[in-house]
Design a protein around this ligand. Sequence first.
Ligand code: FE2
Ligand code: FE2
Length: 372
Amino acid sequence: MVRGAGVGPAGGVRIRPAVLEDAAAIARVHVDTWRTAYRGIVSAAYLRSLSYGEFEKRRRERLARPETCTFVAEARGQVVGFATAGPNRLADAQYDAELYAIYVRKAFAGRGLGRALVAAVASRLAADGFRSLLLWVLRDNAPSRRFYESLGGIPAGEKSERFGRQDLPHAGYGWPEISTLQGVALPAFPAQNAPPSGPSHSKGAAMVTAKVLEAVNEQINNELVSSYTYLAMSAHCSNGHFHGFAKWLRIQSQEEYAHAMKLLDFLLNRGGAVKLNAIGEPKVKFKTMQEVFESALAQELAVSKRIDALYELAQKEKAFSLMVELQWFLTEQVEEEKSARDIVAKFHLIKNDPVALLEMDRELGSRGPEKG
Ligand SMILES: [Fe+2]
Ligand SMILES: [Fe+2]
């Protein structure tokens, strides 16, 4: 990790990558916050038995591992919080990265440090090529769960972990698109505090031209419009008691938001000015469930055309990095069109058979966070 890549100041607090010499300070934050946050959840004897020395040893080992990253929040030269992440420790096809730990001293809670640490870690993981993020939190740790939910984390299962002699239930939270977390920091703590790395961040990357800038900003708006529309569709289905359709559409809405963030980060990483345009009121009235998904398909076809046009412009403007970025979108659109088309085809098959409709609602409701 490189020293001196931190950001701030904001009230004397800054976020920076951790170095080996931070191990002891991180261990103290770790043990102290466990003792305050886990009181009443984990046995008092176990919390008393925690040793700074042991935690420091483990921290040193982890800091030495290049595949993991750790950031610290520093206030007046003192480490008051940290976050550490790396490859998912469980073989999991859905989430490739894991946030192993994030703790902020109680005295510094509520100042946006947790968000800033998450954003820092997410930026680094994304730059290292990770796509998605998972974490585990003690099931009974309500404040932490609220925090992850406020960051858009979606439930990702349960597991049990041993704390001394206790087996304690843990809840998983996942972010199918890590890019959605890069922008969660409050303005005082910019998200882009990881030193850029990887080919898409190469030094001296050409600034985007005015035409490209305008077109990408427009596409950010298109993706947000899609997100908003899917959300309206989801609410409509929920009101009609089709909770499976509603769930599918809500996940879709989150994915569209992630697409917008991907493009937004593209602009930010190149120093391009982001201009967020107004989002119109989405259509909220549909006669049938079939009509909802027909609208979804129409929307995907329209988005595909826009992505194609954007790619053409990128070619014309010789915006090579945008072309690379858009390749992901082109592939994504093929998938998005296919899933919407499949669903519409099924509606045509089942016509108005209520049993088949309910079965389909159940099937779509089983959609995992990434794809249906
Ligand atoms: Fe999209
Ligand atoms: Fe889409």
